[in-house]
Design a protein around this ligand. Sequence first.
Ligand SMILES: [Zn+2]
Length: 433
Amino acid sequence: MQRIDKESSQAIFDLADKNKQKIVNLLVDLIRIQTPVPPGLNYEKAIEFLSPQFESFGFTCTKHVMPENTFLEKQKSTNQLLDGPRINLQAEKKSGKKPGLVLYAHVDVVPVQEESWTVPPWEGVIKDGKMYGRGTSDCKSSIAAILGALETISALKLDLAFDLNILITTDEEVGPYSGLCWLADMDVVWGDYFFCLDGSSDTLGIGANGMLEWMVEVHGKSVHSGISFLGQNAIEQTNLIISGFLELKNEIEKRRSVMPSSPEIQNQTGGKRANISPVLNVTMINSGVKVNIVPDKCVIKGDRRYIPEENIDDVIKELEDKLAEIKNAHPELSYELKTRKIYGGYSTEPTHSWVSFVKNIISYIKDEEPPIAGAQGSIDVGCVMEKRKIPQCAFGAGTTLESRIHGHDENILVSDLLDLTKVIALVITNPLD
Ligand SMILES: [Zn+2]
């Protein structure tokens, strides 16, 4: 186990505390560059703002712009509201002699419903030790913390213990082919370890579920509702499928990953989901044009979160088999299934030296050990892990319950922002062995 250098740590803590206002201001500036996706219009502004700052700490910056045809084919085709250049920032500092470390955060945020906010969402308002604004916790605070950490160690003239590959990317919130997925395909995500800063401050993440979107289109025969017995009602047919899927849901959700789930989920489920579980959801339904017309089409959609131990092909086959079973019992049923993989699932052993290393640093700063947990949700880090299985873990500045990630009045504790700055500074300056 590594020893944390006490003297340099204290210097880092003191200077980071002294730089607090600067780090806070940086986050305010970032919040004010509005990058909601869809559409994702202001990525260029955000990257232009960040790039010179990394350069001032001696990093080589590359702006990776997703080619238009790739964007149209793999992103925009899935969501017509997406617009503007997809600019991703890579900031590198390489000696070739140290282990490589990826620091990852995304610059896009989810849109706001302004009427439900009690503060302006794009201002970075500070109130009672918290900063409010879209992206404060997910995850612009991480970008501010990376820069705050670099500023601190550069002023203290401390050496980096790793070659750093910092990736600030786009479209994580929409997928399926985010900036990080594209960078992974371009083989620029070099490094021996991966630190995902799109995490939370109450757990040390070691993995996430994969995600598959599915859609079933059910066909019927439209007639006047007065003679409905001569037609075939697509809604009634769909009901058979929903019932079948609910049976399957029961079966699927009995499975467990070896990855523990977060303490909140453990508590709220009375320990029934102490480990990460797969999920099958029916979340959308669309049918019918008029009360007196038997509908000839019904579309249901949903998602399937799969644990890292499950295989995507098996996940799809399970849906296909269930549908075939329902059709067997109801031969008149006519349907079409479509699936789309969003992000893959992945996990790192909780006892891995990289996880222990980061855990020790967090414990040292927060005076308590962070619980180690996997995420029920899914993230584009899965794209990287599918190409190269490197040890990874995740931490961030927002808390699962209080930060209202993706909700109104999203916020972080300013003290969590400072803690994250210190965690990053210690991680990148202390050698792993
Ligand atoms: Zn995020």
